[in-house]
Design a protein around this ligand. Structure first.
Ligand code: B12
Ligand code: SF4
Length: 522
């Protein structure tokens, strides 16, 4: 079968959030002259899937409704970016697409394709996957598709189809990893119009990316896995755009979309002092909008925190994960000290920045003592917010071996991790031996870092001593935490993220009700 040689139509699917991969690939394909659409699925954020089945079902389009929406764009090729946790959901959409239009070519990329290619290619609905960056390899692939049959392409060499893998004669043809775009300034600015057209509230907060990859070695993180993979190919996965290029984008979007805030979604924002110094000066002068950034404490000092504050940083999010230095070093391979994080948080707060800390619970070998230690530490540190997450195992992550050695995982859990079914969400974690403790943990954390220290300690003691109070907390903690986060968002001017989240989701509700119960009903 050969796809029509001219007018090849590509639709890229995106969901819930604005995915940079899709936004950059869409603009790259347009630059290469391909007719490209983005189908933006506004369903309720699917990372809540496991948290609230009721809301997700009511506020998500069904896979067949999504397939119909995608097919309305009349594509020859449909592309998906797959995060591990979303693979089961996405495969349902693919199934519906293929059953409605068997000749459709389905391609996929993103972390799960890179990490679990053979498991993904077992899915007969997927024709090709892309491993690694596709800024260079996707246009090459589509050019081949313009002039060759898909059966021919399936046998092509890695010179013609770098980074592409597919099944042929029952075997996986693995062509390695896609070449990296070494100079990120060469990428066109990401596609935003399709997103803003569908959900106009998104234009209030422009999301931007100044870098790709990371230099650190955290055992639970994909970026570390990718860094190692590309190192083996003698390529440097961590790349940073020039300040000039970032500013050119921001000046353009400021004039075009008039955003109120900027959200920088890098793994490692401003990892180099000279870059940040230049950024701070030009950003303040030309952009001057409050911004959010996420970064690693190891690349910052009080001096760079000052630069962030001078530039107009309103919210900074530090990956920290646990205050137990041994656990952090031995299990997570993170080498920052508590002294450093304390110094940075203090300085950022003094400079008026809203400080969020990431904490990961349910680490291999975690005990109640570790959690009490964390409560104590946070009650002294007093960040403005703590994002409490529960460890999620991703394929090929080093922490899998550590967890196996410490018997926190069993061999039989591994295949479900590779199938994208290994979620350790709050619901599942709460069934573990520390279950009750974990169920009360969000409230315990909240009491420790947000309430006056004496009160926080008393509440934590009460949870320990009274089974009734503990049950009450575990039942109502999430509602309470959400409500208080909303309260703080509307009383703390800097916390624009949550305010934006609420506005965005109000639009989402309207869009979904229209699409689910009117446009694609029946
Ligand atoms: C920015 C970011 C976010 C942002 C934006 C979301 C997004 N999906 O872009 C926010 C904060 C919203 C976010 C949220 C989440 N994220 Co996130 N995020 C990132 C981060 C830091 C950078 C991604 C990025 O922008 N890269 C820049 C783009 C251009 O590069 P890329 O994604 O690698 O894509 C290239 C290739 O992979 C390939 N490609 C990708 N997709 C496709 C599709 C096709 C068709 C093709 C051909 C090629 C292709 O080509 C692209 C261009 O070269 C990564 C870390 C990382 N190193 O990737 C984590 C990461 C992707 N996130 C991750 C996770 C788990 C999440 C959450 C599930 C967390 C949570 N529980 O809430 C949510 C899910 C949100 C969602 N619905 O997608 C994990 C995924 C792990 C995994 N194995 O799946 C990562 C890898 C971090 C980690 N922990 O290791 N995230
Ligand atoms: S610093 Fe962040 S992005 Fe980098 S390896 Fe660690 S967790 Fe991943």
């Amino acid at each position: 079968m050969q796809v029509k040689s001219s007018g090849l139509r590509i639709t890229l699917y995106d969901h819930a959030y604005e995915t940079f991969a899709i936004q950059y690939l869409a603009s790259t394909l347009k630059k290469h002259g391909f007719s490209t659409e983005v189908f933006f699925d506004c369903s309720m954020n699917k990372d809540y899937l496991d948290q609230d089945f009721f809301l997700t079902n009511v506020l998500s389009l069904l896979p067949d409704q999504l397939a119909r929406g995608i097919l309305d764009t009349n594509p020859d090729v449909v592309g998906f970016s797959i995060l591990t946790v979303f693979y089961p959901e996405i495969s349902k959409i693919m199934r519906c697409l293929k059953s409605r239009k068997p000749e459709l070519i389905i391609i996929a990329g993103g972390p799960h394709c890179i990490l679990a290619p053979s498991q993904i290619l077992e899915n007969p609905d997927i024709d090709f996957i892309f491993r690694g960056d596709a800024d260079i390899s996707l246009p090459m692939f589509l050019n081949e598709l313009r002039s060759h049959s898909i059966e021919d392409i399936k046998t092509f060499s890695s010179e013609r189809l770098p980074g592409v893998a597919n099944m042929f004669d029952g075997k996986m043809i693995d062509r390695g990893f896609g070449p990296l775009l070494e100079n990120l300034d060469e990428a066109p600015f990401p596609e935003k119009d399709a997103y803003y057209k569908k959900n106009p509230s998104l234009r209030l907060m422009y999301t931007a990316s100044c870098s790709r990859g990371c230099i650190f070695t955290c055992t639970y993180c994909n970026s570390n896995t990718l860094r190692k993979i590309y190192k083996e190919c003698n390529q440097n996965y961590f790349r940073v755009r020039s300040v000039e290029n970032v500013m050119e984008e921001l000046r353009y979007v400021k004039a075009k979309y008039k955003p109120k805030y900027i959200m920088f979604l890098d793994n490692l924002f401003a990892s180099r002092k000279e870059w940040l110094r230049k950024f701070a000066e030009i950003y303040k002068r030309d952009i001057n909008l409050p911004f959010f950034c996420e970064t690693n404490p190891n690349v910052h000092t009080t001096e760079t925190i000052d630069l962030l504050a001078d530039a107009g940083c309103a919210i900074v999010q530090f990956g920290f994960q646990t205050p137990n230095e041994n656990v952090r070093r031995e299990i997570l391979h993170r080498y920052e000290t508590n002294a450093r994080i304390t110094e940075l948080v203090k300085r950022a707060k003094e400079r008026g920045i809203f400080v969020c800390i990431d904490h990961i619970a349910n680490l291999p070998g975690e005990t109640k003592e570790h959690l009490y230690e964390a409560l104590d530490f946070y009650s002294g540190l007093r960040p403005d917010w703590i994002n409490l997450g529960f460890l999620q195992y991703y394929p090929r992550a080093e922490i899998i071996d550590i967890a196996l050695a410490r018997k926190a995982l069993a061999e039989e859990n591994i295949s479900s991790i590779y199938r994208g079914e290994g979620q350790t969400s709050f619901r599942l974690v709460s069934k573990s031996s520390l279950g009750m403790f974990y169920r009360t943990l969000p409230f315990r954390f909240f009491s420790a870092f947000k309430l006056p220290p004496g009160l926080g300690k008393r509440i934590n003691k009460l949870i320990d001593s009274s089974a009734t109070f503990s049950r009450l907390v575990s039942s109502f903690a999430s509602v309470f935490i959400y409500a208080s986060r909303i309260f703080f968002a509307f009383t703390d001017r800097r916390d624009f993220l949550v305010r934006h989240h609420i506005i965005r989701n109000l639009y989402v509700v309207r869009i979904i009700l229209m699409e689910k119960y009117l446009k694609y009903a029946g």
